[in-house]
Design a binder for this molecule. Structure first.
Ligand code: 5BU
Length: 277
C-alpha cells in the first residue's frame, strides 16, 4: 500500500495526470480533502451554497442536469467561485454509452461539460471504448476521468470481478483515468502477482459520507470520514445533504458550520492515516 501512507503533497509532485496533480495540490494547499456535492435544482441556491462551502473544499461536485434554470451565466459564475475559493469542479455525469455518444455528451449539448469540469466520471460497463471516447475530448484539455469501480448504494452490482475489471481498464489508460469512485483503496485489486501496485497512484473519491445518519431511506448508505479515510484508505470524502441540509430552507451558518466540521474530520482522519497524529 504505497500511496496510502504518502502525503498528498508527495503524491502531487510525481503525478502524471494533470487533473489529479491539480486536485492533490489543492488538497494540500487548503488542507481539505472535502468535496461537497451540490444537488439542488435552482441556480441561485446552487451558487449560494458553493459560495458558502467554497473556503472549506478542495472540490465541488455537480449534477448540472438537475438545475431547472440552467444558463451559460451559471457556468461563468461557477468558474468565478472556483477561482475565488480555489477549488476544482467535478461534474458527476456517470457516462455509460458507446465511445462516439459519450464524446458528444461530454463536449456538446447545452452543458458542454468538458469546457468547464476538471473531472468527470464514467461507468466501466461499456468497456474500454468509453475511456477512449471521453479521452478524445478531455485529454488535450488536461481533464481527468474517474471510473465507477464501486457504488455506495445498498445492493450495488459493482462488486467482485466487475470492480477488478474496472481497475484493469484504468491501468491500461493511466494517461486519462486519474482514479475511481469507490468505497475503498484499489491498490492491488485485480493485479496478478502484485503487479501494478508500485508505480500507480489512483485517487479514490468516496460518496456515502455522513456523520449524523446511516442512510436516507432511498438506498444511500453513509460511513464516517474516519471509516472512509483511515479504515478504507480513500482520498476524498464526498458529502452532500450532510453539509447543506434542506436546500429550500438554507441555514447559512449551518451550511458553513457543517462544511468546516466535515473538512476538519476529513483532515484529522488523513493525519491519522499518514501517522502524524
Ligand atoms: P448525499 O447527499 O451525501 O447522499 O449525496 C451523495 C452524492 O454522491 C450524490 O450526488 C450522488 O449522486 C453521488 N453518489 C453517491 O451517493 N454514491 C455513489 O456510489 C456515487 C455517487 Br458513484
Amino acid at each position: 500500500m504505497v500511496t496510502k501512507t504518502k502525503t498528498y503533497a508527495q503524491r502531487a509532485k510525481d503525478h502524471p495526470n494533470t487533473a489529479a496533480k491539480q486536485l492533490l495540490e489543492t488538497i494540500d494547499r487548503k488542507k481539505s480533502n472535502l468535496c461537497v456535492s451540490v444537488d439542488v435544482t435552482r441556480k441561485a441556491n446552487f451558487l449560494a451554497i458553493i459560495d458558502l462551502v467554497g473556503p472549506f473544499v478542495c472540490l465541488v461536485k455537480t449534477h448540472i442536469d438537475i438545475i431547472e434554470d440552467f444558463d451559460h451565466d451559471l457556468i461563468e459564475q461557477l468558474q468565478v467561485l472556483s477561482k475565488k475559493h480555489d477549488f476544482l469542479i467535478f461534474e458527476d455525469r456517470k457516462f455509460a454509452d458507446i465511445g462516439n455518444t459519450v464524446s458528444l455528451q461530454y463536449s456538446s449539448g447545452v452543458h458542454k461539460i468538458a469546457s468547464w469540469s476538471h473531472i468527470t466520471n464514467a461507468h466501466p460497463v461499456p468497456g474500454p471504448s468509453i475511456i477512449t471516447g471521453l479521452a478524445s475530448v478531455g485529454k488535450s484539455l488536461g481533464r481527468g476521468l474517474l471510473l465507477l469501480a464501486e457504488m455506495s448504494t445498498k445492493g450495488s452490482l459493482a462488486v467482485g470481478s466487475y470492480t477488478e475489471d474496472a481497475v484493469k481498464m484504468a491501468r491500461a489508460h493511466k494517461d486519462f483515468v486519474m482514479g475511481f469512485i469507490a468505497q475503498q483503496r484499489m491498490d492491488g485489486v485485480g493485479a496478478e502477482g502484485g503487479s501494478g501496485t508500485e508505480e500507480e497512484d489512483f485517487l479514490i473519491l468516496t460518496p456515502g459520507v455522513g456523520l449524523d445518519v446511516k442512510g436516507d431511506g432511498m438506498g444511500q448508505q453513509y460511513r464516517t470520514p474516519r471509516e472512509v479515510i483511515v479504515e478504507s484508505g480513500c482520498d476524498v470524502i464526498i458529502v452532500g445533504r450532510g453539509v447543506y441540509g434542506n436546500p429550500n430552507a438554507l441555514d447559512v451558518d449551518g451550511v458553513r458550520r457543517q462544511a468546516e466540521r466535515y473538512m476538519k474530520e476529513g483532515w484529522k482522519a488523513y493525519l491519522e492515516r499518514i501517522g502524524e497524529q
